[in-house]
Ligand binder design. Structure first.
Ligand SMILES: Cc1cc2nc3c(=O)[nH]c(=O)nc-3n(C[C@H](O)[C@H](O)[C@H](O)COP(=O)(O)OP(=O)(O)OC[C@H]3O[C@@H](n4cnc5c(N)ncnc54)[C@H](O)[C@@H]3O)c2cc1C
Length: 447
């Protein structure tokens, strides 16, 4: 009896691709199903556009993993409820296990008054836009000259980098609930934008909040020394911070466009040793043309797994094994049991947490759990697996989906590399699915 299985992995970002390698190393075959035509997820469409070394390095690794004949790639296929394929369809087709590594595609909003105004955007959409992911690549973003970014992590830095260095807007105002020491961005990342920091404004801002910093035992002089440098912002483009501010309203102008972001001023208090923001009731008005939420993402509930507070619910039990297998198992809180044969990993398990290395490690540990699960299940013969893959492609064709497999991705990548060379840039991407499909068809026809 075969102990090899066919595993469906939904999402070909870092977690899905590195995870696929762990599954094939255990002798299984993987059908990697991906929403985007090209694999890579946020490594392709999230990591900042000019990080050439990192992006090309990851592309090379992914290419090597995908070249394994045990990995069958199906791009341009959306999985979920009301989609051509549901997770249940995949289970019913007889996959030994279904692994969800679809990242964190759900949008987290603040839920504040006026946030439907033109010019309020979510960081993920903006990042997808400047990284040329369809359909965001061709979507219009009403940016204006002055932009508030809510949040103080590395994604804020990437967006400010795009706005100041590439869009050359006048000002980015970073709005944060707490103070300078509570930043979540890395100093090495901040170097991409620190030449725009308005040092005089930063000095004033630290003075403004100094009472609150002192109240929680923070050293104002040391913070000032760290944050405030000499010199004027480069080319007059300014980066400013508004600390201790919780946005609570977007005010639109007569055309329905963002005009002002209102925020409640906070003070900081210590709670169980942690600094916590507490509203003072005082309002601050920040005049901007655009507001971008860089507050992290949540998973996509429409994938159809039990969902609560932005995350898929996983098994709360402590099971034997290292890692605890339960943390990779979706869990039905009503039935009080783990879903059989389905697993989650990467940003689908822990939304917006960590760099590529973290998603990779999480997927590798998760696939250890999947491999152990499969070891106790009867497998399929090679012929049965091939028949199932053919059946799946047939079903998708019947549903009108234009599936892109590995040869198609290679043709597309070849065309993009040639286009980059012709433009004397290191990277070039087609910005719509239609164009990509057209290019693949033309190359296939030898044009
Ligand atoms: C703006 C930004 C900048 C970053 N910069 C860096 C950096 O410089 N260095 C670094 O190491 N890390 C960086 N990261 C983090 C890194 O991108 C993530 O750690 C990693 O990509 C998460 O991997 P993942 O596979 O879990 O999810 P993702 O990369 O999001 O991949 C998910 C995949 O699932 C697919 N998918 C989604 N929904 C479906 C569906 N319903 N059906 C089928 N397929 C689906 C998508 O097409 C995608 O290919 C950055 C992240 C962001 C947001």
């Amino acid at each position: 009896m075969s102990n090899q299985h066919l595993v469906a992995v939904v999402g070909a970002g870092p977690a899905g691709i590195y995870g696929a390698r762990k599954l094939t190393e255990a002798g299984h075959r993987v059908v990697l199903i991906n929403r985007d035509i090209k694999p890579g997820g946020l490594a392709e469409y999230g990591i900042f556009v000019d990080k050439e070394k990192m992006k090309t390095g990851l592309r090379k690794q992914f290419k090597r993993i995908l070249a394994d004949p045990k990995v069958f790639y199906l791009g341009h296929v959306m999985v979920g409820q009301n989609q051509p394929l549901s997770l249940k369809d995949l289970q019913d087709m007889g996959f030994g296990a279904v692994v969800v590594t679809a990242g964190a595609q759900g949008t987290k909003k603040l839920g504040i008054e006026g946030e439907e105004a033109v010019g309020v955007y979510h960081a993920k959409d903006v990042v997808y836009h400047f990284n040329s992911l369809p359909p965001f690549a061709e979507r219009q973003f009403e940016i204006g000259r002055r932009v508030a970014i809510i949040g103080m992590g590395n994604v804020m830095v990437d967006i400010a980098n795009w706005l100041l260095n590439l869009k050359k807007i006048d000002e980015v105002v970073v709005v944060a609930r707490r103070g300078p020491l509570e930043k979540a961005y890395d100093d090495s990342e901040f170097e991409y934008i620190d030449m725009y920091l308005d040092n005089a404004d930063m000095k004033q801002e630290i003075e403004r909040i100094s009472g609150s910093l002192t109240a929680v035992g923070q050293d104002v002089a040391a913070i000032t020394q760290k944050m405030v440098r000499q010199g004027e912002p480069l080319e007059g483009r300014r980066l400013t911070f508004r600390y201790l501010c919780s946005p609570n309203k977007v005010v639109a102008n007569a055309q329905g466009r963002v005009a002002v972001l209102e925020a409640e001023e906070n003070e900081m208090v210590l709670q169980d040793g942690k600094t916590v923001a507490k509203g003072t009731g005082k309002t601050r008005r920040i005049e901007v043309d655009c507001v971008i939420y860089a507050i992290g993402d949540q998973v996509d509930a429409s994938l159809g797994l039990p969902f609560s507070r932005g995350a898929f619910v996983t098994n709360p039990e402590k099971l034997a094994g290292e890692p605890n297998p339960a943390v990779y198992q979706p869990y039905d809180p009503e039935q009080k049991k783990a879903l059989d044969g389905i697993f989650v990993a990467g940003w689908s398990r822990n939304a917006s947490v960590g760099l590529v290395g973290v998603a990779k490690k999480d997927a590798e540990l998760g696939m250890k759990v999947v491999n152990e699960y499969l070891a106790n299940k009867a497998g399929l013969s090679a012929g049965e697996m091939e028949a199932k893959i053919e059946g799946l492609i047939g079903t998708l064709k019947q549903k009108g989906v234009t599936v892109v497999t590995k040869p198609g991705v290679e043709l597309l990548e070849g065309a993009e590399q040639e286009a980059a060379k012709a433009r004397k840039t290191w990277d070039f991407k087609y910005t719509s699915d239609e164009k990509m499909l057209e290019v693949i068809a033309a190359r296939r026809a030898g044009k």
